[in-house]
Design a protein around this ligand. Structure first.
Ligand code: ADP
Ligand code: MG
Length: 825
């Protein structure tokens, strides 16, 4: 560097002096001759060396040339110097074309060589990663080179905007490329740090690090340095304070002058170290990653090659390519997820022979004929989807999705009836006693419509239905029954004396044995874990399974999360339903909302008041609800009967309050978000949600579904928190979100909006679904999820065992990813 710098200075002087050959003592040709060895040493590019030798030769009689010839010689040397610098530092020091002026570009001349150790080698093969450092990485689940390649940055800092020093602006993130004029240890207060003066062709600037005195030694005078950071003003002077820095050597920039990756770290790992290592791994190992995606899919979906994508995620050339790189890896994750889900489903279906039911048309007709309403088209479609499954000699496994109030229960009842008509037992499990009781009474009503005679025997109901040869016995099994009653039920269930049993978790206790369980229905399936679902399944020999939910999950997502289930959707409400009038109210109108509520109550109606969500702790939330309840009972509605419901109450107490509300003893139910899904209180007409901005749209929609179940017009009032002005709820987005509730009554649309705004919530995580974890992909990216699913289905159709040679790598990858969560055979 220094030799070529001096050469440039000499040439400049020579030009200034009109090519009089007085720039160096002894003449330019002698100087070149003498310095040739040194100059050559600083050049490691063959082409440039050859050119230099040629120039040197041509210059050997510089002293005896005329001015024109001398000028040509000098110009050629200048050209050569520029080329040299370009190669060394990319375009950094040569004048940048104007369009490119603000971009730092570093041309890579020599990549550190590819390394031959395999991807499964421990990360300790990297210099600097000691066993102690490796234990830190292990905390981040990084153990092998492969892990490190897939150890992705959380975000980037954009240091790609290069500025000449004279144009630096205070307060912005900027990058300069400069020469170090001077660096020294400086004292700040009682601490030692480093102070440097650096400059470029437009000016100089002071750079300080308040606590890294050792930097002073590393910053050699005349060395080139890249500084990235924010400029501040100090005593009227611009200064970089503790910026990122990097010496400009014959290497790619990783800490400055680019999109710089920020990794999720743990104590004892430092950003600069980790960047150095990830860079080394990418340069040395990324090429070894085998691209397992079939070429056809890659082309069709316009995806980057895998090694490139990995490299670009770590050290992207720009935002655009970073996005594409992430998309490639996210696609991989979702595609493998889908392939696994499809395989699981196929395996499950193949291994689940079931009971083929006879579909008795006269039973269906008889039942439908006696209903006080006709099925909606959506109900009818779904009914036939279910009946078609029940006919098969393999077990049905179906998810029935439908908005609150869309009429799922009647469909479940028909399926249960069909089981009974085939001399099998049917069971329906609900998450709470109140819900189970509600189902019991509704299902008995539906069935008794069709019966000629109905008898109540203890807890059981017996219906004589004309078109069934035997009377139908329906029972309710819940935990709060007396032990003697429970035991009696257990016995009857075991002996087949009960045809349809409706209950809670009490149904899956080990004491419960069925005579011949043919159909198991679970309601509000999101409230049960996978295990409880399968516990009910275990109660019979491969019974048909129907799970019902009102949680509107977008279709592709449902098919992924509940991949072993087929999906039916009731996407239509019974006619004549009134939309729940929804209003967003500013907090100052809370009093008005209370008087509105009071008027409804004086007309004999009931109301819910939901207290703000406190996510941090259920205890705090219960406390807040309790004091809100006390306040409302004392100050606002002293003459009305209020009830309180929160998550910390013993289950028995919860049930009691719900029952009192249901029976109309209470006027207003003050509740936290625990207010039961699926609960049907036709007399309730007002749902008032306080602190509404804290809830997701889907959740608000569920609350709203608690009212408007009767014939009266119902109302939903959404009030943000009082302190809303100061919290993030004051943002226009939060208001827009709540106002969307006024306009939109479609649960699916709201769920998608929620996903877009808030990402997948706890219901939608892959974790509890027994699926592999996702690193980069988001299930809420429905577009990519759908694309991955289509591609997976297409591939599955053409080669479902992935037996074709071109799918070998894919097959390997699939079994690796799924090995932790499921078996792939
Ligand atoms: P959900 O899908 O939320 O479980 P339900 O099964 O509880 O809904 O049905 C809600 C109400 O709508 C019940 O009172 C039910 O009798 C009634 N219902 C169901 N289907 C129809 C229909 N096709 N026409 C009119 N009312 C219906
Ligand atoms: Mg329901």
């Amino acid at each position: 560097m220094i030799t070529t710098d001096s050469l440039r200075k000499i040439l400049e002087l020579e030009r200034k002096q009109g090519y009089t050959d007085k720039a160096v003592i002894g003449g330019l040709d002698k100087y070149l001759h003498k310095q040739a060895g040194q100059i050559r040493q600083s050049v490691n590019n063959r082409q440039l060396l050859a050119e230099f030798d040629e120039l040197n030769l041509a210059n050997s009689n510089y002293g005896s040339c005329d001015v024109d010839e001398r000028k040509k010689c000098v110009m050629r040397l200048f050209d050569w110097l520029s080329k040299l610098e370009e190669v060394k530092q990319g375009t950094l020091t040569s004048p940048l074309p104007s369009r490119e002026r603000n971009k730092v570009r570093v041309t890579v001349t020599s990549r550190p060589g590819k390394r031959s150790e395999g991807l499964n080698s421990p990360i300790t093969i990297i210099k600097g990663i000691t066993p102690r450092v490796a234990t830190k990485f292990a905390k981040l689940d990084v153990r092998t080179m492969h892990d490190l390649l897939y150890f992705f940055p959380r975000r980037y800092v954009d240091y790609s905007q290069r500025k000449p020093i004279s144009e630096l602006k205070e307060g912005e993130e900027q990058t300069i490329v400069a020469t170090i004029w001077q660096a020294r240890i400086a004292t700040f207060g009682n601490r030692q740090g480093t102070e440097a003066i650096v400059g470029d062709e437009t000016g100089n600037i002071r750079v300080v690090w308040f606590n890294q005195p050792y930097l002073a030694k590393r910053f050699l005078t005349n060395a080139k340095v890249v500084i990235s950071g924010t400029v501040s003003l100090f005593k009227g002077q611009k200064v970089f304070a503790s910026p990122e820095w990097e010496l400009l050597e014959n290497k790619d920039l990783i800490h400055t002058g680019r999109l710089v990756p920020i990794y999720p770290l743990t104590q004892g790992l430092y950003p600069r170290q980790v960047r150095k290592w990830t860079k080394e791994v990418i340069d040395g190992w990324a090429w070894q990653v085998s691209d397992f995606l079939p070429l056809e899919i890659k082309n069709r979906c316009q995806l980057l090659d895998l090694p490139e994508a990995i490299a670009q995620i770590h050290y992207p050339d720009g935002h655009l390519i970073a996005g594409r790189a992430k998309e490639r890896v996210a696609f991989d994750e979702l595609f493998l997820l889908q392939l696994g889900v499809l395989a699981r489903k196929r395996d499950w279906q193949e291994s689940q022979p079931g009971h083929a039911f006879n579909i008795y048309q006269e039973v269906i007709d008889g039942f439908l004929h006696c209903l006080p309403f006709t099925l909606t088209r959506a109900q009818e479609r779904v009914l036939w989807e279910i009946l078609a499954d029940l006919k098969q000699p393999r077990a049905m496994s179906r998810l029935l999705q439908g908005e609150v109030g869309s009429g799922k229960t009647v469909i479940a009842t028909l399926a249960l009836l069909m089981a009974a008509a085939n001399s099998y037992q049917g069971a329906l499990m609900a998450p709470t006693e109140v819900l189970a009781e509600q189902h019991f009474s509704n299902i008995c009503d539906y069935l008794s419509n069709a019966s000629t005679q109905k008898e109540k025997i203890g807890n059981n109901v017996e219906c004589y239905i004309g078109f069934l040869s035997q009377p139908l016995t329906i029972a309710l099994l819940i935990g709060s029954l007396k032990d003697s009653v429970k035991e009696d039920l257990h016995r009857k269930i075991k002996q087949g004396e009960i045809d349809i049993v409706i209950g809670t978790h009490a149904l899956i206790q080990k004491e419960v044995e069925f005579y011949q369980l043919g159909l198991a229905v679970t309601d509000e399936q999101q409230r049960f874990g996978v295990l409880q679902r399968s516990a009910l399944r275990q109660k019979g020999f491969n019974p048909h399974i129907l799970v019902m939910t009102a949680t509107p999950i977008p279709r592709t997502m449902a098919l992924t999360l509940y991949g072993d289930l087929d999906l039916s959707v009731i996407d239509e409400l019974p006619p004549g339903r009134q939309e729940v009038k929804t209003r967003f109210l500013e907090p100052q109108y809370t009093e008005k909302a209370y008087s509105f509520l009071r008027r409804q109550v004086s007309n004999g109606k009931q109301a819910f008041i939901i207290c703000p969500l406190i996510e941090e702790s259920e205890i705090l939330e219960a406390k807040a609800a309790t004091s809100e309840y006390a306040y409302l009972s004392r100050e606002i509605f002293p003459d009305l009967k209020l009830g309180l419901l929160h998550g910390r109450m013993p289950p028995g107490d919860k049930e009691k309050v719900m029952r009192r509300f249901r029976e109309g003893i209470l006027d207003i139910l003050v509740s936290t978000s625990v207010v039961e899904v699926g609960i049907d209180i036709p007399n309730a007409t007002v749902m008032l949600v306080e602190g509404a901005e804290r809830f997701g749209l889907s959740q608000l929609h569920q609350f709203r579904g608690r009212v408007g179940r009767g014939k009266e017009q119902a109302y939903c009032l959404l009030i943000p928190s009082y302190h809303c002005e100061r919290s993030e709820a004051a943002t226009p987005e939060a208001r827009d979100r709540l106002q969307l509730m006024e306009k939109t009554h479609d649960g699916f649309a709201l769920a998608e909006k929620d996903l877009e705004l808030r990402g997948p919530g706890e219901f939608f995580g892959t974790h509890q679904s027994g699926l592999p974890d996702l690193k980069i992909a988001k299930l809420s990216n429905l577009r990519l999820l759908e694309l991955a699913r289509q591609e997976a289905i297409a591939l599955f159709q053409s080669d479902s065992n992935l037996g074709k040679p071109e799918h070998r790598l894919l097959r390997q990858q699939l079994s690796q990813v799924w090995s932790k969560s499921a078996e792939w055979s």
